[in-house]
Design a protein around this ligand. Structure first.
Ligand code: 2AM
Length: 183
């Protein structure tokens, strides 16, 4: 199973992101745009994991969820990662200590359970499009897209499976837990 931990979005948040994707699509020679229902914020990518590891992963999630309470996140800048002749376009998240602590706690538990630790720093981002080729100057396009003034609540975390259904990339929630610790 190809698995990752993520924060899923409410419908309004998906609307705000889909709106930006629409604007971006109008400025693309080509691009592989994330499907609306696949929009999410990754906390930790696990990669290919045998199904027999699922109980360990849900156990990690239970333990971590109990130690954190709900919080809010805000979108930040739109950014790009260069990939040869194309790029990945993403939306960043404003620095947030609750998100950082949640992600660190998850990482600690994952490493403690014997999985390969993640060595790269956590860069919270939501991928809007891959293989994006701009129709014109990329910096100008990004600048003109403006900011996403949107705040949303995080009340749960999810273990997601990345799979293909009838050839379509689909992210299925395998296990969802509330982050329920009281302040
Ligand atoms: P991306 O959007 O930056 O590609 C499902 O594929 C989720 O896991 C996506 O959020 C994706 O991030 C992330 N992901 C896929 N492969 C990854 C990897 N090798 N390292 C970290 N995150 C990865």
């Amino acid at each position: 199973m190809r698995l990752f931990y993520a924060i899923e979005f409410d419908e309004k948040t998906k609307d705000v992101l889909a709106e930006k994707q629409k604007a971006l699509r109008e400025k693309a020679v080509k691009g592989n745009f994330s499907l609306r229902d696949n929009l999410h914020l990754t906390l930790r990518f696990m990669g290919e994991v045998p199904q027999s590891d699922l109980p360990v992963l849900t156990g990690i999630q239970d333990a971590v969820s109990k130690r954190h309470g709900p919080f809010s996140l805000e979108f930040a800048e739109i950014g790009t990662f260069e990939r040869g002749n194309s790029c990945i376009v993403w939306v960043g998240i404003k620095r947030n200590s609750e998100l950082f602590e949640l992600q660190q706690d998850l990482e600690r538990e994952i490493a403690k359970s014997g999985f390969q630790p993640e060595t790269r720093p956590y860069k919270p981002h939501i991928t809007l499009a891959r293989e994006f080729v701009p129709d014109g100057d990329l910096d100008k396009i990004i600048r003109e897209m403006g900011l996403l003034n949107h705040k949303f609540d995080v009340k749960s975390i999810s273990l997601m499976e990345s799979t293909r259904i009838n050839g379509k990339l689909t992210y299925l929630c395998t296990y969802r837990t509330d982050i329920s610790k009281e302040k």
